[in-house]
Design a protein around this ligand. Structure first.
Ligand SMILES: NC(=O)c1ccc[n+]([C@@H]2O[C@H](COP(=O)([O-])OP(=O)(O)OC[C@H]3O[C@@H](n4cnc5c(N)ncnc54)[C@H](OP(=O)(O)O)[C@@H]3O)[C@@H](O)[C@H]2O)c1
Length: 275
């Protein structure tokens, strides 16, 4: 049986749906299980029962400091070894993202997976188009988009393509045993997103961006401003623009246009007139 972790998250749920669409017996694991899923909370090692799982799609459980994230991943890999899982597919971060503030947790997890003795495949996912669009900020009047990305481009990837890629590998993991696949999309800029939305894009400096994150964005956790600033400088200075063939090869079709989900994400955050 194939089990996908993080099954109530965006990537995990889409991966599970892609597997089921192929007619495969797959189930999900989640902190909040529903519909026959298993309860799997990486922060609660007693919940990590992987008995009967042949292939584990380990969706990274981010959104915390590195020690916490790596500890979570160590716990689920340990459970996979203990329970005799055959193959683990880990959703990691593109190689171009090595300088990003959250890269270390991914690379540390890759080491754990490689050293586990399990068969493995590492999917080094590019940054989501949905994330790129969602990080563009609306001017108060709702008449312009602003960002610190400048004219830099991102090889953004539609999350649906990454879910399908994970499903392709999990459906038949043997050909991908011991492989690291770099799954990025096609380069897009903030200006292109803004043009499709029908507004101008204004570039702000990285200092102003960090000030806004620290002063104006409610609810950010302490590790998030440096994480977001690292994404901005990486894109602005061209470190995340390179595309590659792995994703299209894996999907056996061209990748989806990342502008569509990026535009949808930016548009969804547009303030209502007069708000
Ligand atoms: N490439 C990118 O652009 C990008 C952007 C953002 C995040 N990410 C990474 O990719 C992952 C999946 O992205 P997404 O869009 O699906 O994010 P999402 O919708 O926010 O989902 C977060 C995921 O983390 C899981 N999770 C959190 N804490 C957990 C814990 N203690 N134990 C088990 N699972 C836990 C959640 O699982 P349940 O809620 O089902 O328990 C959920 O699948 C993220 O967790 C993050 O590591 C990548």
């Amino acid at each position: 049986m194939i089990l996908v972790t993080g099954a109530n998250g965006h990537l995990g749920s889409a991966t599970l749906a892609a597997l089921r669409a192929r007619g495969l017996a797959a189930t999900g694991g989640s902190r909040t299980p529903d519909g026959g899923m298993r309860r799997l909370d990486f922060d609660d090692p007693r919940s990590l029962d992987l008995a009967g799982v042949s292939t584990l799609v380990l969706v990274s459980a981010g959104y915390a400091e590195d020690d916490r994230v790596v500890g979570r991943h160590a716990a689920i890999v340990e459970a996979a070894v203990r329970d005799g899982v055959g193959h683990v597919v880990y959703t990691s971060l593109t190689g171009a993202g090595d300088h990003l503030a959250f890269a270390l947790a991914h690379r540390a997890t890759e080491r754990l997976v490689r050293a586990s003795g399990l068969r493995w495949t590492i999917l080094r996912n590019g940054l989501y188009a949905e994330l790129f669009g969602g990080l563009l900020m609306w001017a108060r009047a709702g008449d312009a988009l602003e960002s610190a990305f400048g004219d830099g481009s991102l090889a953004a990837v539609a999350r649906a393509d990454l879910a399908e890629a994970a499903a392709v590998v999990a459906a038949d993991p043997a050909p991908y045993d011991g492989r690291v696949l770099d799954l990025v999309g096609t380069p897009i800029t903030a200006g292109q997103v803004a043009e499709r939305v029908g507004v101008p894009h204004r570039t702000i400096g990285l200092g102003e961006y960090r000030d806004r994150l620290l002063g104006e964005v409610p609810g950010l956790l302490p590790f998030q401003p440096p994480m977001l600033a690292s994404i901005a400088t990486g894109i602005r200075h061209g470190f995340l623009e390179g595309s590659g063939p792995d994703l299209a090869d894996l999907l056996a079709r061209p990748v989806r246009d990342p502008l569509r989900p990026a535009v949808a994400a930016a548009s969804a955050a547009r303030p209502a007139p007069g708000a």
